[in-house]
Design a protein around this ligand. Structure first.
Ligand SMILES: *Cc1c(COP(=O)(O)O)cnc(C)c1O
Length: 391
């Protein structure tokens, strides 16, 4: 008999009843160190007082009105994002997937309005993840996501990751856009080197193709800059954001330049919930913290400590681990043992990590992680490694 929850997830036998900062508590009082943060969502940890206040204050006044009316919280969050980024304009969604949908529509409409409606080819990369809608799975092209769901939305060309020659050959004056994660998340924490992102920007400038960055996982302070592309000193034309921006409240956004957004006029797109007062009140509170240079300095400091510790851990347990990779507090450990075994041993030692492709375990802790908690994380991961070795 089919379970009452559609069985598309294989869930760990863990149930949490409370969150406090970097910690998750079970009903029987066990405390887990949360290095997953709901897959890079709880950027300020669990139950951050500023977010609780923003949400409850808003909840006492007004939950929802629809986008038929002005929403001051949405205006404030859009203004703040425009102030801190390349973007001239923002559309709010409820998820990363919806941000992907709009990004694809925006690209197509851009070329349509330029009088080039057949210019629809969007280049994407192996190992990418952009969400689970029909457009987003077509963008990724990964067999495990698309199999059985055809016919797929046309217009995507998939290239190997990290192959500049293949890229140069594929990008032509027919290319509508290049869509890429500056750091692949689901694909196994694969960092696009700064010079490759710069080269992508140059290619787009040469051909007129739009550069679309998916910063759903790597954005909002995760890599130690507000957005990951800032490390390369370039700017995209369009950017997808979600996960961390709501700190746990469902919120996403598409940021764009005035030029790239030129086709999106009244009536061309919409959302019932996107940008509603609750989500945007929380988003403003998240931005207050994450856009603060002192906060980002903390992220970089703690990330350096964690990375250094992990390098030592990997060196000490070569039978379990292979290498550390990533950027800021978006770290991956490529495992020699099956990554699922390492994640499970983590549960046994009350530390939460997230599996990814390429036999990687991801560490995506709250950005508020403390130096003490870094030590705690390393100690628990070490116990997990010892357990995997003994098994
Ligand atoms: C999670 C993720 C998405 C999809 O976001 P949802 O909110 O799950 O729809 C898209 N792109 C990247 C890079 C992601 O990590």
């Amino acid at each position: 008999m089919i379970p009452s929850i559609l069985p598309t997830y294989s869930r760990a036998p863990l149930e949490f009843v409370k969150g406090e900062g970097s910690w998750l508590l079970t009903a029987d009082g066990r405390r887990f160190l949360d290095l997953g943060a709901g897959i890079a969502v709880n950027a300020l940890g669990h139950a951050h007082p500023a977010l609780v206040r923003a949400l409850t204050d808003q909840a006492e006044n007004l939950w929802h009105v629809s986008n038929l009316y002005r929403i001051p919280q949405q205006q404030a969050l859009a203004d703040r994002l425009v102030e801190h980024t390349f973007a001239d304009t923002v559309f709010f969604t409820n998820s990363g997937t919806e941000a992907c949908e709009l990004a694809v529509k925006m690209v197509r409409k851009y070329w349509y309005e330029k009088g080039d409606p057949d210019r629809i080819e969007i280049i994407t990369f192996d190992g990418s993840f952009h969400g689970r809608s029909t457009a987003a799975i077509a963008a990724s092209g990964a067999e495990k996501m698309v199999k059985g769901f055809g016919p797929l939305m046309p217009g995507f060309t998939h290239l190997p990751w990290g192959d500049p020659d293949a890229l140069r050959a594929a990008v032509t004056d027919r290319t509508a856009a290049i869509l890429i994660e500056p750091v692949q998340g689901e694909g196994g924490i694969r960092v696009l080197p700064d010079q490759d992102l710069k080269a992508l920007r140059d290619l787009c400038d040469e051909t007129g193709a739009l550069l679309v960055l998916d910063e759903v996982q790597c954005g909002m302070g995760r890599t130690g800059r507000l957005f990951a592309h800032e490390w390369a000193g370039i700017t995209p034309d369009i950017m997808m954001v979600a996960k961390g921006i709501g700190g746990g409240f469902p919120l996403g956004a598409v940021l764009a330049t005035e030029n790239a957004a030129g086709g999106m006029t009244v009536g061309t797109h919409g959302s019932t919930y996107g940008g509603n007062p609750l989500g945007c009140a929380v988003g403003c509170a998240v931005m207050d913290h994450v856009a603060d240079p002192d906060f980002l300095a903390h992220v970089n400091r703690v990330a350096g400590q964690l990375r250094q510790g992990l390098e030592g851990l990997v060196a000490a347990h070569p039978e379990v681990f292979e290498e550390v990779r990533g950027s800021g507090l978006m770290l991956g450990i490529r495992c020699k043992a099956p990554n699922a075994d390492v994640v499970r041993a983590g549960y046994d030692n009350a530390v939460i990590t997230v599996p990814a492709a390429d036999n990687v375990i991801r560490l995506l802790p709250p950005l508020t992680l403390s130096a003490d908690e870094v030590g705690e994380a390393l100690a628990r991961l070490e116990k997990a490694a010892i357990q995997v070795t003994a098994a």
